[in-house]
Design a binder for this molecule. Structure first.
Ligand SMILES: [Zn+2]
Length: 328
């Protein structure tokens, strides 16, 4: 009997979460932070994100499972700068003993153009800031798991060189857009860091957050910017309903230049499945849409030509056989 109890206890210990999940738990608020952390931590920690891919972190409503996730966490990574304001309450209510680290620490913070007192949270939109996010994450991971410091340092160095390369790529690509066409019009004001660093003028129908709807005055301002600058294309965003931008495009007879990723990565099938790919995909989409020759872009619409030819041939044949039948 004694033997049996010992075996039972051993079995329970093996299957207990305490023993099967011995890796430290790290929780990131948003997908960009998650991916940066994954590039540095690899499989050395158990990593989770709160706002799912495609979700909008500005307006996320925490769920009970989010609270459990944070409660179990040994480290919580947040963007701060009012990006995910609900995180503070979630962390407090979860009763977690884990440390919270703000990965934007040390960033040169921009202010909102429309609300001078608000910090602009979208600092990750440029690769040079991505390096600061990665460095803060590296430090936090080393604190959490000092025995793996060498792994984290090495991963960071590799990732940093990729981000430096990306920064160069973006600069070179944006420079190929004719200067007078470097105007980026998006759903919400998420591209200030990007525009300043890489040299694009900006406008958007919504402010730095998505919690307030666009007003008529905002739409009028954007309409005027499109007309005044002869803008060839405007852009929708993966986390925002594209309805209003599509209407603006229609009203002004401009194209939708494509989908940009600002507040979330794209899913695995998308060209923005990682943080690096997200910035690269945004850049490629912007460059293609703003440099594209308008006449060339409209060619696909003329692809009805084969259909018309087909109908013409059919009518001719019908006439031919009709005449032959009548002659008989
Ligand atoms: Zn945003």
């Amino acid at each position: 009997m004694k033997k049996y109890i010992i075996l039972m206890t051993l079995g329970a210990m093996c299957f207990s979460p305490l023993f099967s999940q011995s890796k430290p738990k790290v929780v990131a608020s948003a997908s960009m932070l998650y991916d940066i952390a994954y590039n540095i931590a690899g499989d050395e920690v158990e990593l989770e994100m709160i706002v799912p891919i495609g979700g909008d972190p500005h307006i996320h409503e925490p769920t009970p499972s989010n609270a459990r996730m944070v409660n179990r966490a040994d480290l919580v990574l947040i963007n701060g700068l009012t990006f995910e304001g609900w995180m503070n309450e979630l962390i407090e209510n979860s009763g977690t003993k884990g440390e919270t680290v703000t990965v934007t620490e040390g960033i040169d913070v921009l202010r909102s153009l429309t609300y001078q007192n608000s910090a602009d949270p979208h600092a990750w939109m440029i690769a040079s800031n991505g390096i600061i996010y990665a460095e803060n994450t590296r430090k936090a991971l080393v604190n959490l798991l000092p025995s793996k410091a060498a792994v984290f340092d090495q991963n960071f160095e590799k990732y940093k060189s990729k981000l430096l390369e990306l920064d160069q790529y973006i600069k070179i690509q944006i420079a190929t857009i004719p200067k007078e066409k470097r105007i980026l019009i998006t759903s919400h004001d998420a591209f200030q860091y990007y525009g300043r660093a890489y040299g694009l003028k900006l406008d958007a129908i919504m402010g730095i957050s998505t919690d307030a709807e666009a007003q008529t005055a905002d739409v009028m301002r954007v309409n005027e910017a499109i007309r005044k600058n002869n803008v060839p294309a405007i852009f929708i965003e993966s986390t925002i309903n594209p309805k209003m931008m599509k209407q603006i495009a229609k009203d002004n007879d401009v194209r939708i230049g494509g989908e940009l990723f600002a507040d979330s990565l794209g899913d695995e099938e998308s060209p923005a499945d990682t943080y690096i790919n997200m910035l690269k995909s945004n850049t490629d989409t912007i460059v293609k849409a703003l440099t594209g020759n308008k006449d060339q872009e409209e060619l696909p619409e003329k692809s009805n030509l084969p259909l018309y030819l087909g109908i013409a041939v059919f009518l001719l044949l019908a006439m031919f056989f009709g005449i032959r039948l009548m002659n008989k």
